[in-house]
Design a binder for this molecule. Sequence first.
Ligand code: SAJ
Length: 426
Amino acid sequence: MNSPETFTTVSMIGLGYIGLPTAAMFAARRTKVIGVDINAHAVDTINQGRIHIVEPELDMIVHSAVTQGWLRATTHPEAADAFLIAVPTPFKGDHEPDVSYVRSAAESIAPVLRKGNLVVLESTSPVGTTEQMVQWLADARPDLRFPVDGAGDVDINVAYCPERVLPGHVVRELVENDRIVGGLTPRCSERAVALYRTFVKGELLVTNARTAEMCKLTENSFRDVNIAFANELSIICNRLGINVWELIKLANRHPRVNVLQPGPGVGGHCIAVDPWFIVHSSPAEARLIRTARHVNDDKPLWVIDQVSEAALSIAAEKGIDVVNVRIACFGLAFKANIDDLRESPALEIAQVLAERHPGTVVAVEPHIDAPPEALQRLGVKLVTAETALKHCDVVVLLVDHRQFGTLSLAQLAHKRVVDTRGLTLA
Ligand code: SAJ
């Protein structure tokens, strides 16, 4: 059987926030990469040496990989030595994991698989998905032997290796972070380690596929539970008249305490999604993990209530109708110093406020050029911080962008401030 430790051609299925940077990393190490995506626009953009996502440094790496011929994108899988799958795994209905993109990806590569190939799933997945994926591959290719039920003598090696990079730092973290490699057999792990060694400088830690799947879910659930703790504390402290940011700073001086930061809620589509995969697999047992999700999901509503209270008191002071109170939302992104508005609690809050106060809400978001459509429809304008401060009655600080660090207390004097990030109180 031909199962080399060197991989001449790697195929990346899914060219999004993880797939494209990973493809670029292999290409930068002079491995031939065939990138595959169902999005023809993404494929065309990449083939022109450009990128369709925002990630620091990635544009230059992709540009040189494409112009030097190491990276090429296509909408149809082609033969390769290794296939990596990085497609979305959202949830549907009542937080039920949707692995249909993994299934489509597996079925799309099945016809071009050859003896000696390695297939690695990178998408965040419910426990058991890698085994399920092997079954889909085996059903499509009965002529090949797959590592089903622990079979050792196989034609195709399969492993799970979750990504764990932080948006905004992807290029560095892809190289430096340790990674978990969960092969369906020890030989599968060995080959996956050899593949990632192409560009990973961090440690490659070997386990089985189910543990690797659960490890990824655990990392993001750990963060979610800890953010929920901080968010709950912020609500309790508000009731008790305590500055939560000062409190956390003081508590964190204990050598074994490290409380995270409260915010307007948890955004992005990793931390707010992945814990549900654990809850779905063990609904009776995952009590804390489920509650943390609810605490974080409810936080934007609490912020909206705070803004409504502030607006009511301004309206009473000025003798105007509450709908005419002018509100400025500082930040729309899901976290600091990025332009990513996906699943952003800040955006959700701005939207509800704009519905309640038609025509009087403005947004300040230094990382985008125009308000997203949902806000445009509601008449929300994007303005500078200066303009916002000049015209508004209530300032809602939603994202701790670097640019907002320079807001002075003098500028905020005479305003009602709802500070969800501790920008004025830290
Ligand atoms: N947040 C807080 N308080 C905090 C930290 C974060 O409110 O103290 C909020 C952020 O504002 C944001 C959300 O949580 O709305 C998520 O931000 P994040 O920086 O915690 O994480 P992501 O979603 O950008 O990336 C996470 C990372 N996971 C962990 O840190 C355990 C990253 O390493 C993963 O690769 C990524 O999820 C993923 O793709 O799964």
